[in-house]
Each structure stands twice: as structure tokens, then as C-alpha cells.
Design a protein around this ligand. Sequence first.
Ligand code: UDP
Length: 353
Amino acid sequence: MPGDSRQKVCVLGGGGFLGSHLVTSLCDSGKFRVQAIDTTFDKLTVSAPQLTITPADITSAGVLEEAVENNQVIVSTTALCNPSLYNTRPVEVIRESYDHLVPLVELCTRRNRWLVHFSTCEVYGQPLPGSSRQPLREDESRLLLGPINRERWSYACAKQLLERLIWAQGRHHGLPFTIVRPFNVIGPRMDFIPGRDGEGLPRVLACFMKALLAGEPLPLVNGGNQRRSFIYVDDFVAGVRAILLRPARCQGEIINLGHPGNDISIADLAGKMLAVFGALQPGRPLPGVIRVSAEDFYGPGYDDCDYRIPDIGKAERLIGFRPRTGLDEMLPVIVRDYLERYGTATPTGEVSR
Ligand code: UDP
């Protein structure tokens, strides 16, 4: 469109869980022209004149150069974001979270492009010993990772180093950047169901869905007393969209996007999901829960954090961020979506929809 003044945004990882929701939301808003780059696009169903889909690997020659050349903003979402990989494939985790993105940081610095980078709440690591449940703050909280033999922290460490590189390029060489720290985003199309469209262990929501669909007990790692604050994916992408519309306020900032009101133990999450599943599938016997040790579930080198609550005061101040969706509202939507997408596996392995 000649004279089109809409911002040109490229989403690296635009076919992934967060990327596909973000691309859809940016297209729906009508305020952006969007390029989505990824190796697969099974999760992205939107098609719109303002959307260009580019199947490509960001490590292939020329892909990042072209993306930076053709867009004003680069949103980078690519990573192996899955705790079961941090201690089983840590070299790939570190490469994808750090090495593969260093060239992007350099290119955006050189071409003066706004880099909106998805980091992670994992960078906060474990709570300080003896501290009470303090919400985590972007510019004040200490980042406390475990020892090197606890490979769980390979992801957090690589993501933290990239944050430090981005920050340094911003402060000393003029890179316009925003670092987003997502806190346990959940929603439809998250991860995969093992044995159906992926192998291995996904994150907790998809692990529980896999168990529910198969009629197996939901595994509670070390009993499930650990807590997380879950944010619905629509609230999360609304926050990212608001950031993209406010460059002057958000550049040079690190911003938590999470929902402190949805802080819950993993055992209680399992209870809620069982109840929702039971209500949607009346008559099916409910499988219950089973306690598993972290060592048996994830293998050696895993570690955990007891709780992780975002302070979202900064996001509220900068972009008016106010996540609205509670767990009781989002879980039925999510469980129903998984049921529609995957059907329910009967004990004989047949699938009924
Ligand atoms: N977890 C669990 N059962 C599962 C999968 C995960 O109890 O089937 C626990 C896991 O040990 C962690 C929490 O749920 O304490 C959240 O795990 P997830 O993989 O979603 O991501 P994290 O928040 O640890 O990055």
C-alpha cells in the first residue's frame, strides 16, 4: 500500500506458541505490517494482507540481515524454552538462547532497529534463601542461579547473558531495545502433546493435558508445593502490543509481563484442571494425581524454584498493563481447545472427538 505508515514488525519465531498468538494479535489490530519468520507454521492460522510468512531458519545465511533490513522493529521469541531440555540438551539450549541471537543484537545496533527481545522470568533464578514471597522487580531483584552442575540454570544463564549484551549495546552503542520477561504464559496451542505432535516432556500445562487426555494421573514433581503465577496468553500479547505502540516509553527498559493474581501451587493447578476436565467430559473417570521425584521425572541436573511472582508495577506505569484473566476463566477455554485439537484418547489408544 503506497504511503502505508504502519510500523513494520518482524516476529522471529512467529510460528511458535507465543509468536503465533502475537502475530495474530498484531494483524487483528490493523496497526502493523507483520513479517513472521519460523521453520514451521502449524500453530499460525491467520492469513491477512498485512502479514508476510517467511519459512526460514534464523541461522541460515542472510535471513537475519534481510529481516533487519526490511523492518523497523524485530521481536525475537526464538528459544528452546522447556525445562526438560535445560539438563538434557543444554548445549543446544545455550546456543539457541545466546549464540544464535548475538548476530541479531549486532545487526540491530548497526542498523538502529528496535529490538524487542523475549527473555524469561527464569533469569530471576531461585528466591534468596530466607526471603519471604517477594514479587520480582526488573531493576532491583538479584538474579540467583544454582551451581553449574545444576544444569537447570543453563537456560537462565544464557538468557541473562544475552540481556546483558543487549543492555550494554543499548547503553554504550545506542541500540534501541526493550527486554520482555514473560512469567509462565499459558493458553491454547502451548507446547505439544507427547506421542501426538512431539516427543519428550512439555511444560506443566501440556504435561497435565497429556495425562488428562490419556486418563493417566497428573504427575506432581516433588509433590507440587512449588508455585507459579500463570498469565493467559491473550493478556500477555496485549502487553507486548502495547509496548510496540509506545516506543518512547518502553525503549531502554526491561519489563515483566505476568499476572501476580494467578499465583498458585502446582498441586492446586492440577486440582483445578481435573475439575475443569471433569465438567467438560462428564461421565469420564478422573485420573487423580501422582507424586513423582524430580530426579525420576527430569533426570539428573534438574533444579526448581519454589515460587516466582512478578511485580508488574513498571508495566502498569509504562503501558497501563493490567492482566484481566483469572485461572477459573482461562482454564476451561484452554482445556476445551486441547480437547478440540487432540480429541480424547481412549484406553485402547483410539481417538474420539
Ligand atoms: N511440573 C509438575 N508436573 C509436570 C510438569 C511440571 O509438577 O508434569 C512442575 C515443575 O517441576 C515446575 C512447575 O511444574 O515446578 C512448572 O514447570 P514448567 O515446566 O511449566 O516451567 P517452569 O515454570 O519450571 O519454567
